[in-house]
Design a protein around this ligand. Structure first.
Ligand code: SF4
Length: 192
């Protein structure tokens, strides 16, 4: 995947942080509070973000690599049953294993009140800015898709899909059944 896209993605992440800095000053979030990674997390990512995570997982040594893959498969299974599931990258001390490359879903979310299992309370303006940023990320990834982290990583783990995606091919018909049953969005259709 082109380096420029990864750089542009970082710029979008940074721009959002800058835009909401004032709002986030009142956030109740602290390191080690991982409610959004456990209870209310609806961690959707784009294929662009998924590739960055896929590449990081590929650098993990065994048995960690297999453990993460098993965790992602478990996530996928639980999501398919409609259950909330703990993110495969959440560590025992409740910190994120891939914090430096975490997707935008994990970046925009904050709460001005401690969640304690409930939904986060976020400023409306920040929420709107987050929605706009999601669209910009999807526009940056026009031959890609968006969906739950475990579903997108599942697709990217398949050689045929990953190679075709990396070549910039756009073949939604190849994943039509999976896409329909797993709520996968086509970026170029939803980012307008
Ligand atoms: S990727 Fe990291 S920050 Fe995002 S849900 Fe998973 S553990 Fe939490």
């Amino acid at each position: 995947m082109k380096i420029e896209k990864r750089e542009k993605l970082k710029e979008l992440y940074n721009q959002y942080e800058e835009d909401v800095a004032e709002f986030k000053k009142s956030a109740a979030c602290v390191k080690g509070c991982a409610d959004c990674c456990i209870y209310v997390g609806n961690i959707d990512i784009t294929t662009l973000e998924g590739m960055i995570i896929h590449d990081r997982v590929a650098t993990f040594e065994e048995p960690l690599k297999s453990e993460i893959k098993a965790g992602l498969a478990q996530n996928k299974m639980e999501r398919e049953k409609g259950k909330l599931s703990q993110c495969a990258f959440l560590q025992a001390d409740k910190t994120c294993m891939i914090y430096d490359i975490r997707p935008f879903s994990c970046r925009w979310l904050y709460s001005v009140k401690k969640c304690d299992g409930a939904s986060p309370t976020i400023h409306r303006k920040a929420l709107n800015l987050a929605k706009q940023t999601v669209k910009k990320i999807q526009q940056l990834d026009p031959s890609g898709y968006s969906g739950h982290i475990s579903y997108i990583l599942f697709l990217l783990d398949k050689d045929e899909f990953r190679k075709s995606y990396l070549r910039g091919k756009f073949k939604p018909q190849k994943i039509a059944d999976f896409g329909r049953s797993h709520g996968i969005l086509i970026n170029r259709s939803v980012s307008r």
